[in-house]
Design a protein around this ligand. Sequence first.
Ligand code: SF4
Length: 231
Amino acid sequence: MYEDRVEAMAQMHIATGLAKIGLFLRAHTWRQADAAALSPTQAQILAHLTQRGPARITGLAEALGVTQPTASDAAAALIRKGHVTKHPDPQDARASLLYPTVEGERAAAETAVWPDALLGAIDTLGADERAVFLKALVKMIRELQVRGAIPVQRMCATCRFFQPNVHDDPATPHHCAFVNAAFGDASLRLDCGEHEPVGKTEADADALWGRFLDAPAGQPDAPPAATGEAS
Ligand code: SF4
């Protein structure tokens, strides 16, 4: 009973901490978008198109976790502002793809800067703390994904190139087959441009996840040389 209460309190404290960081990031995103004369959704669409390439409205809505009308309205505003153009999808003539213009890419670069305060706060963590923190984030993000609360993320733990816990060196136990390099928990990717989903079934994903959880806590390491990732 006492243990249950302690556990519930710990959950609440972590949720409160995440909410405070989320509040700070949301305020920063609003300020950055406002300075570029964009709404936060417009800024997110521009960032997505710039980092991941052309997309349909439906894909954007899904990736950003907004409704289709919201994505559609924001995209229409971006077209009016000259940040985005729309062209037929070569895969399906009935559908359209949105592309960022040069002005759109410039605006995306202006709004995609992480706040110094956040980077400074991360800098206060030691290498071991960063590795443990990043692994905990991966676990939470995957659980949110499994529960359908967020879209599928392009992270190592769900990637077909990820080979967890295959090396003896505790500092770099994992392997990325895409760049053919060993790495540790401190270099786990949360949004990698080279990510490809593992297997076709839930069992494939669960098997990879199980092998990842078998790995011991990570150590500081050098990142794999790599990738077109956003983070
Ligand atoms: S670094 Fe990218 S390509 Fe390599 S395992 Fe991670 S997500 Fe996959």
